[in-house]
Design a protein around this ligand. Structure first.
Ligand code: GLU
Length: 478
């Protein structure tokens, strides 16, 4: 039978790394089994649901390379169907009207707190007579619909990731609220646990893969599936993503939304590749740099770990750098030029752009590194103490720069390409018996204001084409 998986995000915030990783595992398993990956937007909370969040979630999934099959289902359009199912549960006696007010619930909670008991509903309206219901309604009391949970029941399922999971009915917090409050004989808006079961059944979902924080919901949902006579899907609960202290990754850990990763300069392929290894590993990984298509061939839910997955920035950075290194030059150049544009930097030619991209490609970890690394080629770098001290404390430093200027003038050289750069450095070193290292380091200080930076010869060619090399050398001689 075809496997059908889904992501069911609530559009109440930006696409979060946890949701993206859940999406990825669903997508990978659908691809692996030649099945379908679907999306359902759980937008029944009309106050918190926003279309900007829905768009952000869908765009984020697209950006990561996760496509979906079939039309997107919007849960809010199915409210009347959810209500029909609640009605069915009322009719079969699996659910009932509960008129207990908010203040009565608070009172119950207070009593439980005093006795150090966890919150649990006492099901006091489970067996109201028709007349009692009538009486409450005539008093103008609102009601929710509660689903009966048998205290003595044991709910068991075979989780694809965790193996057998058992849950006791008595630990589910009492009879479950299926709908919000409503007056009269109305049924209020359906809540998550009911809507999710009705919709997963409607969409013929065969495998529900979601975070481990949903385990107790699964126990409740299994009871609803049974009461409605629906076929149960196979459940899998993925491990949470943890920060370096072993706590659930949250906003405090500086980034959690996919947008933020994008802004920081991570490539979608790299982030997706890294996320796949967050909680999953192949039995025999040939390499850790794998495309989603490659991962989908070897992915299996049974290989996902049970323990929480620690977020490792170093590993993500390493993977990102690998993707940048192997990226086609023109593609990388496009990304980089966007940053230049935002900085208001103008370059002399398209060839120059490619040369500079090539020069910094191997030392970039994030795409945003292109800003700092290309900055010296657009604006005069600041002379640092390290650079100043080198020029002051070593023999022949300024002398070699003077000789370079003199040589350029004498020979009437307006453009220094790589060969010319090497030739000039060699010539000055030989003719004037100055160590080649001194000539090169002096030039480096002139160009970058310090002793580090990219390849000097290639840099000179770029500075020369940009017509800034002479200015940079001269600034050291004033
Ligand atoms: N809307 C729920 C959430 O975002 C869906 C959970 C589920 O996959 O059932 O957590």
């Amino acid at each position: 039978m075809e496997k059908r998986l889904r992501l069911a995000p609530s559009p109440t915030g930006l696409l979060h790394i946890g949701t993206a990783r859940t999406a990825l595992f669903n997508w990978l398993y659908a691809k692996k089994t030649n099945g379908k990956f679907l999306i359902r937007i759980e937008d029944t909370d009309s106050v918190r649901s926003k279309s900007i969040y829905k768009n952000n979630i869908l765009e984020g999934l697209n950006w990561l390379g996760l496509d979906w099959d079939e039309e997107i289902i919007e849960q809010s359009k199915r409210i009347s169907i959810h209500k029909n199912n609640i009605q069915k549960l009322l009719e079969t006696g699996a659910a009932y009207r509960c008129f207990v007010s908010e203040s009565e619930i608070l009172e119950l909670r207070e009593k439980q707190k005093i006795r150090n008991l966890p919150p649990k509903h006492d099901n006091r309206h489970r067996n109201l007579s028709k007349n009692e219901i009538k009486e409450f309604i005539s008093q103008g009391r609102s009601s929710v619909i509660r689903f009966k949970i048998d205290e003595g029941s044991e709910i068991k399922w075979e989780d694809q990731i965790r193996g057998e999971i058992k849950w006791q009915g008595k630990d589910l917090g009492g009879d479950l609220v299926l709908s919000r409050r409503a007056l009269g004989y109305e049924i209020g808006d359906p809540l998550y646990n009911l809507a999710v079961v009705v919709d997963d059944n409607f969409m013929n979902i065969t495998n529900v893969v979601r975070g481990e924080d949903h385990i107790s919901n699964t126990a409740k949902q299994i009871l609803i599936y049974k009461a409605l006579g629906f076929k149960l899907p196979v459940f899998s609960h993925t491990p949470l993503i943890l920060n370096s202290e072993g706590k659930k990754l949250s906003k405090r850990d500086s980034v959690t939304s996919i947008d933020e990763f994008k802004e920081m300069g991570y490539l979608p392929e790299a982030l997706a590749n890294y996320m796949a290894f967050l909680g999953w590993s192949t039995k025999d990984p040939e390499s850790e740099i794998l495309s989603l298509a490659e991962i989908s061939k070897v992915f299996n839910l049974s290989d996902v770990n049970k323990a929480g997955a620690k977020f490792n920035w170093e590993k993500l950075n390493w993977i990102n750098a690998q993707y940048i290194k192997k990226m086609e030059l023109t593609k990388l150049c496009k990304f980089i030029k966007n940053y230049w544009k935002n900085m208001g930097w103008k370059s002399p030619s398209k060839e120059w752009d490619l040369k500079l991209t090539n020069l910094i490609q191997d030392s970039m970890i994030l795409l945003t590194d292109a800003i700092d690394q290309s900055k010296p080629f657009f604006s005069l770098s600041i002379m640092q103490i390290e650079g100043e001290e080198f020029l002051e404390n070593n023999c022949d430093t300024k002398e070699s720069l003077k000789l370079i200027l003199h040589y350029l003038k004498e020979e009437n050289i307006s453009k220094v390409n790589n060969d010319k750069a090497r030739e000039i450095i060699n010539k000055i070193s030989k003719t004037h018996s100055i160590k080649k290292g001194i000539v090169m380091k002096s030039l480096r200080v002139a160009f970058f204001g310090c002793l580090s930076g990219p390849d000097l010869i290639q840099s000179w060619e770029l500075f020369s084409e940009n017509k800034t090399d002479i200015t940079l050398i001269k600034r050291c001689l004033n």
